[in-house]
Design a protein around this ligand. Sequence first.
Ligand code: 1CP
Length: 374
Amino acid sequence: MSPVFIMNKDDLILPKDFPQLQNDTFLRAARGEETQHIPVWCMRQAGRYLPEFREFRAGKDFFDTCRSPEACCELTLQPLRRFPFDAAIIFSDILVIPQAMGMDVQMVSGKGPTFTAPLKEPEDLQLLQAKVDVNKELGYVFKAITLTRHKIEGKVPLIGFTGAPWTLMSYMIEGGGSATQSKAKRWLYRHPESSHMLLRMLTDVIVEYLLGQVAAGAQALQVFESHAGILGPVEFKEFALPYLRDIARRVKDKMKAAGNDVPMIVFAKDGHYALEDLSQSNYEVVGLDWTIDPRSARERTGGKVSLQGNMDPCALYAPKERISDIVKKMLEGFSTRGYIANLGHGLYPDMDPESVGAFVEAVHTHSRRMTKQL
Ligand code: 1CP
């Protein structure tokens, strides 16, 4: 395993003595190497479907929790105590970046993330912090990653993450969740130059943020373009893809120079129209939502990348035996090499933890059988 380094303020590279990794299945699959079983994790595996999560979070402000390294570490570890996941994802949120750029975001119960003053006009960009000192503003995430890397005791790799520029831009303009994203899309059509300016600002912060996460101990990175589906192929090519590519290229260049090149995953939800482009964007892994057929995803990506996904999260409402059948079909569709099992999006709060256990077990059991047959 390659050693992990941390850069201090003067860019000196110091080794960090994390516990030895015991299960590298996820990292091997991300790089397209052979594995004895298919690795599995779930988006939102740290979440409200777990009673211990609800109990821990009760009465605490969401972003206060995000700012506490100890709380993030505990919430990241909770799902690992229950299920034999092959990777963990650091507990945090994509909206910490708009906060770092100076915007006020609150998590309102029953409503979700809410910006007190969303961006209204291009002039509002001047109110944003263009040069963000990520160590100062987001150092709490880096501390959470370093702490969790130690506390995870090398059981599985730890994934760091970020929101992608378009997805973050849409929240910053909409001021929260939205079905149509019409305020944000209005900018794309009415103010294309300012849109690009904002997307470039976000890209610069994201690159530094991801490098900081790797320096802190993240062993893989996932970029969430959760609002890809609201764009069409033309807008995606202009306002999302170039920034996703720029992020991967810049982060990869710097990681290689530092001798610690971790795999990167791009997850563009509902972006099936962009699958070919995404598979040629410098990411080792393309994450898929459930609207894509596994076999056609393999064909369209031409074996160039590993794939991750993509069971419909709602399939977890099915009886356990049915979950096992659905998983088996999915694994056969992707085949065992260069594949990481996951859901096509996050777990919902009303899901039964036992069904999540059945999902993980089905992936491990079926894939062990499949790899033995090869
Ligand atoms: O109080 C709570 O617990 C609120 C629920 C919750 C949780 C558990 C939110 C609010 N964020 C999170 C944690 C979170 N967010 C993680 C943790 C790690 C894990 O997955 O286990 C991650 C990776 C995210 C990323 C995130 N936040 C995304 C990208 C993934 C996706 O869902 O597409 C997005 C879009 C957000 C914004 C957000 N944060 C929370 C909510 C409810 C939302 C969506 C709001 C909306 O658009 O309606």
